[in-house]
Design a protein around this ligand. Structure first.
Ligand code: ADP
Length: 495
């Protein structure tokens, strides 16, 4: 009899449910968007009850569409938007406030204070993170400080905290499961990623009672059972979206790396059992592993403006009608004719870290046309990714493996070839683009004994591979041009 795995893929804008069979094939998929709440500039919230109902109706639709019944599903996995914080009352099950979303900047002031108090090094050493409003810790503090009566309730043990995985499991188990996995815990800025426990000193600094926090488990482990359409099903895999994609892309050895080419890009490199601390502004984070195997770590870096540069060329510059057309433009010319776009629309991230930088177009000659500019836009995604890859390689001192690509812009074959050329590495794009949901399904598959560990590498192994096709001279010339463009960009806003 066939075995099926249900994955809840709870993203930032929508909740999806996907049923995989034991070979990792997608049997059925359903998706529901939920409201993005922007109470004021820089604030982003979600309604936790709406997330729950969007997720639950995606689950029921997905199961009905599959033609299966819930009791034919063996186990459940969850992958989720990371860092987003929910606090609720354990007696009533009611959230005390909306979920504060990872993008929300309301706790920037708390972060500045932590820096002034000299905690940067301690936080980096303990949690692997740079102090930032992005992570959950300061969001919890904000809720306890700002919601009337919250601190007293928390101190009495009446409030619980969770990222969205925890919230969903708690609700769907009728309050029986209050747990998260190591990858989600490692994004709270409260978790000691080396000793694998909540750090008492950080809890004290942020004034967060430990009794609010969930139990932390291995990503692939048994969390207990939740109710799906009246059937009790075990949750056997949980991971934050980026770590889930790393696992789903089979990046389980040191040097393996994946890049998700979405609006921004998220590059993660597995560094094996060593937690590498970066000299180049990368984050150190826990990678997803299954019970009974050693903890693994990853370096993480992100490109702020990835596919977004293509949206800009389409919506603001009106140079293309749709994202796919960018590939035709790029292929219509032999090169970018010396044009570089540095899309520093909101500053430059790793490894430059210049928040004041703004975008530039360099190297224009009289012959530069629309195609050259569009091509330069696509190339900028690859150059920025390459800067992260180079920084990670320097940090980790490991040999670079194949770059596994996923996300919307990974459909652009010109971009994938240019990435292979410029990074002098093979780039592989799997046929099934659902790497994030697949990661959670594989964690479940191994933990529940549905998928044999030795068969994992054959799952979603059909991919398109791009190999480098340019020589070192050409590569160096192109990279030198990019370095000059970056230099000019930084220089331009330097008073
Ligand atoms: P997200 O999850 O961040 O919303 P997706 O993975 O859905 O992102 O990818 C969407 C992004 O990919 C958009 O920024 C879009 O411009 C870009 N994109 C989609 N298709 C292509 C393409 N064929 N070529 C280049 N960029 C693309």
């Amino acid at each position: 009899m066939k075995k099926y795995i249900l994955t809840l893929d709870e993203g930032t804008t929508s909740a999806r449910a996907i049923i995989f069979d034991e070979c990792g094939n997608i049997v059925s998929l359903a998706q529901n968007e939920f409201t993005q709440i922007y109470p004021k500039a820089g604030y982003v919230e979600h309604d936790p009850i709406e997330i729950l109902s969007a997720q639950y109706s995606a689950i029921t639709e997905c199961i009905i569409k599959s033609g299966l019944t819930a009791d034919q599903i063996s186990a459940v996995g969850i992958t989720n938007q990371r860092e987003t914080a929910v606090v609720w009352n354990r007696h009533t099950g009611e959230p005390i406030y909306n979920a504060i979303v990872w993008q929300c900047r309301r706790t920037a002031g708390i972060c500045e204070q932590l820096k002034r108090d000299g905690y940067e090094q301690y936080i980096a050493d303990t949690t692997g993170l740079k102090i930032d409003a992005y992570f959950s810790g300061t969001k919890i503090k904000w809720l306890l400080d700002n919601i009337e009566g919250a601190r007293e309730l928390a101190q009495r043990g009446d409030l619980l905290f969770g990222t969205v995985d925890t919230w969903l499991m708690w609700k769907l188990s009728g309050g029986k499961i209050h747990a998260t996995d190591q990858t989600n815990a490692s994004r709270t800025m409260l978790y000691d990623i080396h000793n694998l426990y909540w750090d008492k000193k950080l809890l004290e600094i942020l004034d967060i009672p430990e009794c609010m926090l969930p139990t932390v488990q291995k990503s692939g482990s048994n969390y207990g059972s939740i109710d799906i359409m009246g059937v009790s099903l075990p949750v056997c895999g949980v991971a934050g979206d980026q770590q889930s994609a790393l696992f789903g892309q089979h990046c389980v050895n040191a040097g393996d790396l994946k890049n998700t080419y979405g609006t921004g890009c998220f590059l993660l490199m597995n560094t094996g059992e060593t937690a590498v601390s970066s000299q180049n502004g990368m984050l150190t984070t826990i990678a997803a592993t299954v019970e009974g195997t050693p903890t693994q770590y990853a370096l993480e870096g992100s490109v702020f403006i990835g596919g977004a540069v293509i949206q800009w060329l389409r919506d603001e510059m009106k140079l293309i009608d749709n994202a796919a057309q960018s590939e035709d433009c790029a292929r219509a010319v032999n090169d970018s004719a010396g044009v570089y776009i540095v899309p520093a629309f909101s500053g430059l991230g790793a490894p430059y870290w210049d928040m004041y930088a703004r975008g530039t177009i360099c190297g224009l000659s009289r012959g530069a046309n629309r195609n050259h500019i569009v091509r330069a836009g696509l190339e900028s995604i690859a150059y920025q990714t390459n800067d992260l890859i180079t920084a990670m390689q320097n940090d980790a001192e490991v040999k670079l493996g194949t770059l596994k690509a996923d996300g919307g812009a990974a459909r652009n074959r010109f971009l994938m070839q240019f990435q292979a050329d410029i990074s002098n590495t093979t780039v592989s794009v799997p046929e099934n683009a659902e790497a994030t949901a697949l990661g959670a399904a594989l964690l479940v598959g191994i933990t529940a004994g549905i998928i044999n560990t030795k068969d994992i590498k054959n799952i979603n192994s059909t991919s398109t591979v791009f190999s480098p096709q340019i020589n070192n001279d050409t590569r160096n010339k192109l990279l030198n041009g990019w370095k000059s463009a970056i230099k000019s960009t930084i220089e331009f806003t330097k008073e």
